[in-house]
Design a protein around this ligand. Sequence first.
Ligand SMILES: NC(=O)c1ccc[n+]([C@@H]2O[C@H](COP(=O)([O-])OP(=O)(O)OC[C@H]3O[C@@H](n4cnc5c(N)ncnc54)[C@H](OP(=O)(O)O)[C@@H]3O)[C@@H](O)[C@H]2O)c1
Length: 275
Amino acid sequence: MITVVGATGNVGGPLVRMLAERGADVTAVSRRAPDVAGRHVRADLAAPETLRPAFDGADAVFLIVPGAGGGIDPHAVVDRARASGVRRMVLLSSQAVATRPGSAAYAPMRALEAAVERSGLAWTHLRAGGFASNAYAWLPAVRELRTVAAPFGDVGLPIVDPLDIAATAAAVLLGDGHDGRAYELTGPALSTPRSRAADLASALGTPIRFAEQTRAQAREQMLRLMPAPVADGTLEILGAPTVDEQRVSPDIEKILGRAPGPFAAWAARHVAAFR
Ligand SMILES: NC(=O)c1ccc[n+]([C@@H]2O[C@H](COP(=O)([O-])OP(=O)(O)OC[C@H]3O[C@@H](n4cnc5c(N)ncnc54)[C@H](OP(=O)(O)O)[C@@H]3O)[C@@H](O)[C@H]2O)c1
């Protein structure tokens, strides 16, 4: 059995479907019950004993933790997995664990990676760059004002489609030869906030105005959704990416045998939400 934690999210949702389509025995985990078919266990990573019904009998676990840590004790989660007899852990992590080793924003993810590595379980880290689905933050302004407001409009990053992360996770969970590996998951090319707004406009078939925010404006907006260290860490990457953060990684193509999709493909699939 494979247990997917974060099973109703951008990555976990498609991952559960992909594993089930390939005949895997899947248990989906989230705090709220989803309105979909299949075995689901309601559990909270912040209360590890609640994970027991989902971890008992699982051979492998796909794990995400909220970016800010969410009050989760990584050792308690890993101990629970080991006590339940889990043998493999595939962790959705962040590229910034490697590219920003001193940053407080990524400390919870670093701690979880370290706990998994020390656990004695087989592990694979999927260190993702920025998700295409972060464009959901633009949803109200696109719907109501046909405007995208974002900082650093011309700074390019190889944004990755969560569907490609899910496909990679499925290949890792169902395949061999991935133990002890940390993969870097990016999209196929750099895109900028301005070019992504243009991709959304093309998908919608209507013009979208791009309004460049100052760093302070963006920070104020982000603080409504995330703690200050996470907002500041994210703004550093968005505004002043390192050479490594702007590098297109070959890892998705190596694992899937095909290139990852561009932001335009994500926009085309999700355009209905922006109408
Ligand atoms: N966005 C980015 O650019 C980016 C980049 C690199 C890495 N990441 C990492 O990717 C992950 C987010 O992935 P995503 O976009 O697929 O997530 P998402 O769409 O926000 O979904 C989060 C999922 O996790 C579940 N969840 C949240 N807190 C939980 C808890 N305490 N216990 C059990 N389940 C919980 C949620 O369901 P319930 O709320 O019902 O529990 C939901 O199923 C984070 O770890 C983030 O650090 C993101």
